[in-house]
Each structure stands twice: as C-alpha cells, then as structure tokens.
Design a protein around this ligand. Structure first.
Ligand code: ADP
Ligand code: FRU
Length: 299
C-alpha cells in the first residue's frame, strides 16, 4: 500500500546560486557579494517547499540530472518533508542552474537561468505514478505538449474513480510565452502571473481574471497575483474576490514570492477554506516570505 500524500507538484527543480549584493551592480563592474549560497529552486520545487512547511504532504515529480548537485537537491527536498520517490534521474546532462542577484536595497531578484539539455518529464514517466494517493495535482507551465497529455491522464483517472474523491488539477502559466496559451482551457484552478498577463496585453488583475475566465475550463477558478497590488481570483458567473498585499517592514527577498503565493492558495483551497480566506492567507504568507531570506526563517 502506498503512502498517503496530498499534493503532487510537477515541474522544474534546479540549483539557485544566490548572490546577495548591497545594491544592484552596474554593467561590467567587478564587485563582491555580501553572501553567496546554494538554494534548491524551480517553481514546482519551491511550491513543494512551502507545502511542506505548511504541514501538507507534498510530492515532487520531475527530472533531475544525475550530476553532483543531485544529492544537494534530494537532501533539501527531504529536509522539508517532500516525497521524491517518483523523481526521474537522467544521466549525461548538467543540472539546470540559476544565478540569482539578490539586492539588499530593494529585495529584487534578477534570475539568469541555464538549462543545458535536461530532458523534460515524459507522459510515460507520469503514467507510472499511482495517482490514487493524491487529492490535488499542480502543473508548472512548461513542457506544454506533455503536460496537456498528463492532464488528460488525470481527467481519465477522475472519470474512472467517480465513486471516490476526484483529483483537482491546477496549472500555473507564468512565463511570457505564447506556447502556454494551450494550457489555459485545461485545469480546474489556473494561476496566471502578471508577466504572462502583461504579455497578453492585460493591464491589471481584474481584467486578467475576467478575460482569461472566458477561455478557461468550465467552472475554472482563475487566480492572478500581482506583486505589491495583492491578488484577485474569480470564477465565471460570480463576483471577483480580492486581497491586498501584506508588505513586511522591509522587503529582503522576493525570489519565490509567486511560488509561495501559489502553494499557499493550493493548501488553503485543498483544506476547504473559502475563496476569500484562501487568497488572503496566500497574500499574507507571500508577504511574510518577501520579508525573510530564503525559506529557513519559515521553519
Ligand atoms: P512573482 O514572484 O511570480 O513575480 P508576484 O510578484 O506577483 O510573483 O508576487 C506574488 C504574491 O507575493 C503577490 O500576490 C503578493 O501577495 C506577494 N508579494 C510580492 N511582492 C510583494 C511585496 N513587495 N510586498 C508584499 N507582498 C508581495
Ligand atoms: C523562482 C524560480 C527560481 C528558479 C527560477 C526558474 O520562481 O523557481 O527558484 O531559479 O524561478 O525559472
């Protein structure tokens, strides 16, 4: 009998090399950072960290390079109580890595990402996972052609298991990329980032939620976080629900703010909180996160 888990997050796990600087450097400058450290990153991996901290039983699913960074990533997942039994290890490629410049002056995070050929998760890999232990499956918006098929696998699973509780499907469209459009009509819960929204020509959260709702799955809950403006969510036919942001005394680290928001929303909705409580909880947690460095301070 497999372990009972709650939430499966499918997407990227990578190495973040954080360079904390007192102020953002000028081009061609030769400067020292205040501190430098490794952190496990990637949207789905960060979602799992936050879910683990909240006391959910998260599992991570994705590919991991069989390189020397693998031990660091897997040990760090374990530290936050994230199940990695289904991780697919791939030999002969390097670990995707982000060099992050974290400015002490503003808390901004500038990400330079490199992925030199780590293969994406296949539909076959996904189909091997026992879905019956999950209440919720969250997909990061990448690897689009395969994720479309993975969502079909979950929909078929739900049709076959109508007697038991069906699995809620959520997707995050974050990057400003047209290929992500294909994911909009598929999930029950859709997170739309402000970067993607701006790329589509929307200028605020309400406009984004209202316009995206018309293209979404019937009854889909569309959620749009927007930095210091907070977040808005809505379902076609009902009023929009909003929350302000909850700024900390000082913004020190905005890396993973969106990932924190998404994970906290999933946690709250999956525990049966109302829409209004869920979005407020997520803004509060994301606001607290940007006030501390990394995730350690949350433990
Ligand atoms: P991303 O990290 O993907 O760019 P956002 O900037 O939209 O995500 O932030 C996600 C959520 O994090 C926001 O809805 C807000 O609740 C919170 N947040 C982000 N930046 C701040 C900030 N400077 N002050 C308070 N809350 C913030
Ligand atoms: C933050 C993050 C980082 C990672 C990058 C990948 O949202 O997941 O941890 O380096 O984005 O795009």
């Amino acid at each position: 009998m497999s372990e009972q888990l709650d939430i499966l997050c499918v997407g990227l796990s990578c190495l973040d090399i954080i360079n904390e600087v007192s102020y953002y450097p000028e081009e061609d400058m030769d400067c020292r950072c205040v501190a430098q450290w490794w952190q496990r990153g990637g949207n789905a991996a960060n979602n799992c960290t936050v879910l683990g901290l909240l006391g959910a039983r998260p599992a991570y699913l994705g590919t991991i390079a069989d390189s020397h960074e693998k031990r660091f990533l897997l040990d760090d997942f374990a530290k936050y109580g994230v199940n990695t039994d289904h991780v697919v290890e791939v030999g002969g490629c390097s670990c995707p890595t982000s060099c992050v410049i974290l400015s002490q002056t503003t808390g901004s995070r500038t990400i330079i990402h490199a992925n030199a050929g780590l293969p994406e998760l296949s539909v076959d890999d996904f189909s091997k996972v026992d879905l019956t232990v999950f209440d919720w499956i969250h997909f990061e918006g990448r690897n689009v052609a395969n994720v479309v098929k993975m969502i079909e696998v979950v929909r078929k699973h739900n049709q076959k298991h109508q007697d038991s509780k069906s699995i809620t499907i959520s997707v995050e469209v974050e990057k400003a990329k047209a290929e992500l459009d294909a994911l909009i009509p598929l999930p029950d819960v859709l997170f739309v980032s402000k970067d993607y929204a701006k790329f589509k020509g929307f200028s605020n959260m309400a406009e984004t939620v209202e316009k995206i709702q018309t293209q979404a799955y019937p009854g889909c809950l569309v959620i749009c976080p927007w930095g210091e403006a907070g977040a808005t969510m809505g379902r076609e036919g009902s009023e929009l629900v909003k929350s302000p942001a909850f700024p900390p005394t000082k913004v020190v680290d905005t890396l993973g703010a969106g990932d924190t928001f998404n994970a906290a929303t999933i946690f709250a909705l999956s525990r049966g909180y109302s829409h209004s409580s869920s979005i407020t909880f997520a803004c509060r947690l994301a606001g607290a996160k940007v006030g501390v460095q990394g995730w350690e301070a949350f433990r």
